[in-house]
Design a protein around this ligand. Structure first.
Ligand code: NDP
Ligand code: 8X3
Length: 245
């Protein structure tokens, strides 16, 4: 049966790949991002709507519009997120830290808190969170990004406890290095620097992560995959990557 799947941050990378995979399954899609002009190209049949997860009014409009268009939400994929810079704690200025925490943590909460009551009222649903191995292991210059991803773990645990008995599944999909626009965003448009992150190694591609999401969502309703950590074979942790160059 066709499901209503909402994907945040669907204009690029992992979110776009997740949207394409669900679209191929015939599910009803609602896609959100700030760069709305990109969304119809991702999945032409999808309902596309402006979304800035850092703006509560935008989140409110987005969730209301998706339900009005596609009905009760069966699956919410909280994918919107970013890293900004590699500031260390002693020398950081705080602007990038705020942006990461507001997007990755508070933005995710703003979306989720508006969707969960509908799922509970409608007899259940599935909340997917795109975490990161950065949430499992910190690295120099990544303290705040790693912290923002680590924060998602207790949030997922709490949702599981708070919705127990309501048929709500919660899955965190936590990738290692994925070749997307992530590093271009992190380095504020410096493509040369971004390319070096993936040079000489074999990173994951967005489709690899999308397949993990699909696998979790396609399990029977009584099966909840808690956390999927997926890394390139050539990566042991955030800072140990095998390179041939
Ligand atoms: P991309 O930069 O390619 O995609 C990020 C997406 O998030 C874009 O669609 C962007 O849309 C959206 N986004 C960012 N800020 C906002 C906002 N305020 N409101 C709405 N949407 C927003 O990177 P990835 O695809 O790699 O990143 C997707 C997720 O995967 C992130 O949560 C990231 O932390 C996580 N991740 C990435 C890894 C990697 O190595 N690439 C590894 C582990 C996790 P727009 O700018 O149009 O609003
Ligand atoms: C992105 C993965 O290792 O670059 O979440 O922080 S890493």
């Amino acid at each position: 049966m066709s499901r209503h799947v909402v994907v945040t941050g669907a204009s690029s990378g992992i979110g776009a790949a997740i949207a394409r995979h669900f679209a191929r399954k015939g599910d009803r899609l609602s896609l959100g991002a700030r760069r709305t002009e990109r969304l119809p190209e991702v999945a032409p049949s999808a309902f596309c709507h402006q979304l800035d997860v850092c703006d509560a009014a935008s989140v409110e409009r987005f969730v209301a519009a998706t339900i009005a268009k596609n009905g009760p939400i069966d699956v919410l994929v909280n994918n919107a997120g970013l890293a900004r810079g590699t500031e260390q704690i002693a020398t950081g200025e705080g602007v990038a830290w705020r942006e990461m925490i507001e997007t990755n943590v508070l933005g995710l909460l703003e979306v989720t808190r508006r969707v969960l009551p509908h799922m509970i009222d409608n007899g259940g649903g599935h909340v997917v969170v795109i975490g990161s191995i950065a949430g499992h292991k910190a690295y120099v210059g990544g303290g705040v990004y790693c912290g923002s991803k680590r924060a998602l773990q207790p949030i997922c645990e709490a949702i599981r406890m708070e919705t127990l008995g309501k048929n709500v599944r919660v899955t965190s999909v936590d990738p290692g290095m994925v070749d997307t626009e992530f590093s271009v965003v992190r380095f504020s448009g410096d493509k040369e620097r971004a390319e070096k992150v993936y040079a000489g190694t074999r990173p994951l591609v967005a489709d690899d992560v999308a397949e993990c999401v699909l696998f979790a969502v396609d399990r029977p309703a009584h099966v909840n995959l808690d956390t999927i950590v997926v890394m390139p074979t050539d990566q042991a942790n955030p800072q140990m990557v095998h390179r041939t160059n």
